[in-house]
Structures are given as structure tokens and as C-alpha cells.
Ligand binder design. Structure first.
Ligand code: PGA
Length: 239
């Protein structure tokens, strides 16, 4: 497993984040490319515990500074020690009504600041059932990335079907292979190249399956990565 990304969402407060970060840091079997997307208020402590290049933010504002009450810019996250940013996570899209246009601006802000973006994409259950997943994914990819000069920076695309997030129902290997091939095809048409991750109900029982899919380089893990027992079980399986 090349990339082991943990999205702690708003599961853990500052003190709990520090405790779990210390636990993670104590593991000698941690994949090299481990990144923790923790709560903002714990970001700089988690960075001090887990080390540089291993902490990300779950969201960014698209402007560097100004009259944007409640927002935090990519530049500010960078200054606090983040190196990565989730952009367009489905909870941001669907609970906070983030549009593809806003997500594009956030991608631009990350590139301008040299914060490595993890663009999250995924279709809802009804879109999959209606056979519209290709349309949804290509729109999300194209609006976020077409003609965007990445300035040679690497970036990630995390395929996280909305129906798989937090449901215990993950994508099957066949389905995921088809999607990843399609994502690569769309990226090719817009001259972009990304590291592809899978997210959605990843746990110790299925993490190995995702390791065996051509074109999938890692996972973005939510709830199973925010608890000691399930985190340890995944690391054991990966050994
Ligand atoms: P989950 O969440 O692993 O709890 O399904 C994944 C995510 O939202 O990134």
C-alpha cells in the first residue's frame, strides 16, 4: 500500500487527535506515505508528533486572505504546517453545498500555495443506479482540472463513491477497476496525471483488496482510521 491517508473528519477533538497521533507515530509498520487530515485546531500539534509532510487539512478557502468570515486559506494552512489538502470531499459537496466551481477555485488556491491537493470525486447511489456515474465523475474531474496548470506538482484523485462513505458497503474490485480505468481515461483527455486513491468504508477486512487493483495507489480512510483498534488491525493486515 503506497499511500495511507487518514481523514479524521470531525471525529476527534484536539486532545483526542494528539493521543491518536502519538499512537500512530509509535507504529513501526506505518506506510511511508501516511498523511493525517486532522481537525484544524490540532494541526500544528499533530504535525509536531507525526513529522513533516504528513499532515493535511480537510478543506481550504480559495483566496489567500481577506473579508471571508470563518474561512482559512491554503496559505494559512501551509504556514501552520499542512502539506496536503482534501478538496471537494463529498461531505463538503453535499452537506456544505460546495459546487464544482468552488472546488476548482480551491484546486487553484492549492496549486498557488504548493499545498498538495487530494481532489475527491464520487457519484451518489441514485446516480450509479441510473447509469450516470461516468457523467458525474467526468464533470467533477473536468471542471476541477481542465486547463489547470499544476506547475509540475503531484496531486491525487480520491475516488470515493458517496454510497460507500461511512456505510460499511465498499466498492467491489471489478467496479473499482472499471472506475479507475475511466478516471485515467478522462485525465488523459485533459492532459493531467494523478495518483489515484480509493475511499469509502475501507477497513481491515477489505484494505488488501484495494492494494491489488491496477492503477489504485492507496486509500483514503475515514472512520476505521480514527480509532486505535481498527487502525491497528489495518496496519497488521498490511504487513
Ligand atoms: P469512511 O470515510 O472510511 O468512513 O467510509 C471515507 C472518507 O470519507 O474519506
Amino acid at each position: 500500500m503506497n499511500y495511507f491517508f487518514l481523514n479524521w473528519k470531525m471525529y476527534l477533538d484536539r486532545d483526542q487527535s494528539i493521543v491518536l497521533a502519538n499512537h500512530v507515530a509509535s507504529k513501526d509498520t506505518l506506510p511511508d506515505n501516511t498523511v493525517i487530515f486532522c481537525n484544524d485546531l490540532a494541526l500544528s500539534e499533530v504535525k509536531d508528533i507525526i513529522g513533516p509532510e504528513r499532515v493535511g487539512t480537510q478543506n481550504v478557502a480559495w483566496v489567500p486572505a481577506g473579508a471571508y468570515t470563518g474561512a482559512t486559506s491554503a496559505h494559512m494552512y501551509k504556514q501552520a504546517g499542512a502539506t496536503h489538502a482534501l478538496v471537494g470531499h463529498s461531505e463538503r459537496r453535499h452537506i456544505f453545498n460546495e459546487t464544482n466551481i468552488a472546488i476548482r477555485k480551491k484546486m487553484e488556491a492549492c496549486v498557488d500555495t504548493a499545498l498538495t491537493p487530494v481532489l475527491c470525486i464520487g457519484e451518489k447511489k441514485e446516480q450509479r443506479d441510473d447509469g450516470k456515474w461516468k457523467e458525474v465523475l467526468s464533470e467533477q474531474l473536468i471542471l476541477a482540472l481542465e486547463d489547470l496548470d499544476m506547475k509540475g506538482q503531484i496531486f491525487y484523485v480520491a475516488y470515493e463513491p458517496v454510497w460507500a462513505i461511512g456505510t460499511g458497503v465498499s466498492c467491489t474490485s471489478d467496479m473499482l477497476q472499471e472506475v479507475v480505468d475511466y478516471i485515467k481515461q478522462v485525465l488523459g483527455t485533459i492532459n493531467q496525471n494523478a495518483i489515484i486513491l480509493y475511499g469509502g468504508s475501507v477497513s481491515s477486512t477489505n484494505i488488501k483488496d484495494f492494494d491489488n487493483i491496477a492503477g489504485v495507489d492507496g486509500v483514503l480512510i475515514g472512520s476505521a482510521g480514527a480509532k486505535v483498534e481498527s487502525l491497528d488491525s489495518m496496519l497488521e493486515v498490511l504487513q
